[in-house]
Design a protein around this ligand. Structure first.
Ligand code: ZN
Ligand code: ZN
Ligand code: ZN
Length: 83
């Protein structure tokens, strides 16, 4: 189970007393979104960019889970895969 990097809670979404955005942001590996804990990619209700962002690991893009580098990322705000 991952936890919030600001307060250590296992909750997701709003209600974080220490986060600058008021939302919990988790320390997570590539299996889950740092904002909501979901294992999927794409639209995220808690993310500031509107997209899930996973933790790093396993050489996967944080936004789409692809192992590619460079442009062509459907979910990254820059259009580039981010590892
Ligand atoms: Zn928190
Ligand atoms: Zn998410
Ligand atoms: Zn990507």
């Amino acid at each position: 189970m991952s936890h919030c990097r600001y307060c250590g809670s296992s909750s997701h979404g709003s209600g974080c007393s220490y986060s600058p955005t008021g939302k919990h942001i988790h320390i997570a590996d590539s299996s889950e979104c740092i904002y909501c804990g979901s294992s999927s990619y794409g639209s995220c209700s808690y993310s500031p960019t509107g997209k899930h962002k996973h933790g790093h690991g396993n050489d996967k893009c944080a936004y789409c889970g692809s192992t590619s580098y460079g442009s062509g990322c459907s979910y990254s705000p820059t259009g580039k895969h981010e590892h």
